[in-house]
Design a protein around this ligand. Structure first.
Ligand SMILES: CC(C)(COP(=O)(O)OP(=O)(O)OC[C@H]1O[C@@H](n2cnc3c(N)ncnc32)[C@H](O)[C@@H]1OP(=O)(O)O)[C@@H](O)C(=O)NCCC(=O)NCCS
Length: 186
C-alpha cells in the first residue's frame, strides 16, 4: 500500500542541506538545473526546453505535496528534488505494509559531493522514525551507475528488475531496491 504523504509542514536538515516543500520562488533555480542536457534523461525525462515547462512541473510539485526541494544551506539555492512516489503495482510486497518509492535529481554542478546520499539517508530516517513507513523503494535504470551508487550507499537491498515506460517514449530496465524499517518487526 502507498503510505500517505504530505510534505507541506516538513523540514529536514542535514549537514549541508535543507529539505522542504517547493515554493513558487524556486522557479529560476529549478529551470537552471532542469534545462541542462544529461540530467533529466537519467531519470526518464527531457531537459526542460523552456521556463514554462519548469513552471508546469513546479506547479505539480506544489499541488501533489510529495516532493522535497533540496536547498543548499550555505547559499539558499535549490539544487535538486527528492520525491516520495507511488510505487508500481505487482511487486509482491504484502499489501498491509505501507511505503513509497524515492526518486531524485541533483543539479549537474553538484554531482560527486555525496549530497544525494546525505539527503536520501535523512529522508529514510524521517520516513521510518517519524512517519512510521514499513519500507522504502528506490530504483535506477540499468545503466545509471551514479544512481546505483547512491542506492548502495544508503543500504537498500536489490529486489527485482522491472520494465519501465519512460516519458522519453523508451522502455528501460529498472533495477529496484527495497529497505525495510528496522524499527518495525516483520
Ligand atoms: C544520481 C545522482 C542524484 C547522484 O547524486 P550525487 O550527490 O552526485 O551522488 P554521489 O556524490 O554519491 O555520487 C554517486 C556516483 O556518481 C559518480 N560521479 C560523481 N561525480 C560525477 C560526475 N561529475 N560525473 C559523472 N559521475 C559522477 C561516482 O561514480 C559516484 O560514486 P562513488 O562515490 O562511488 O565514486 C546525480 O548523479 C543525478 O542527479 N543524476 C541525474 C538524475 C538521476 O540519475 N536521478 C536518479 C534517477 S534513478
Amino acid at each position: 500500500m502507498n503510505a500517505p504523504v504530505d510534505v507541506t509542514n516538513i523540514r529536514i536538515e542535514t549537514d549541508r542541506l535543507i529539505l522542504r516543500p517547493w515554493r513558487q520562488e524556486d522557479l529560476d533555480d529549478f529551470y537552471e538545473y532542469a534545462r541542462v542536457d544529461g540530467v533529466g534523461q537519467m531519470a526518464g525525462w527531457h531537459p526542460h526546453e523552456s521556463i514554462e515547462k519548469s513552471q508546469a512541473i513546479l506547479d505539480g510539485f506544489i499541488r501533489d505535496k510529495k516532493t522535497f526541494a533540496l536547498e543548499l544551506k550555505d547559499s539558499g539555492k535549490v539544487i535538486g528534488s527528492l520525491g516520495l512516489e507511488a510505487k508500481d503495482e505487482g511487486l509482491d510486497i504484502p499489501e498491509e505494509l505501507q511505503g513509497r518509492e524515492i526518486g531524485y535529481v541533483l543539479s549537474k554542478d553538484y554531482w560527486g559531493r555525496g549530497l544525494m546520499p546525505e539527503a536520501v539517508k535523512a529522508v529514510i530516517d524521517y520516513c521510518f522514525s517519524v512517519l512510521g513507513f514499513d519500507y522504502l523503494l528506490c530504483g535506477h535504470y540499468d545503466w545509471n551507475r551514479q544512481s546505483r551508487r547512491v542506492i548502495e550507499k544508503c543500504g537498500f537491498r536489490f529486489l527485482k528488475k522491472v520494465a519501465h515506460e519512460t516519458r522519453l517514449g523508451t522502455t528501460e530496465q529498472v533495477r529496484l531496491y527495497i529497505l525495510y524499517n528496522p524499527e518495525k518487526a516483520r
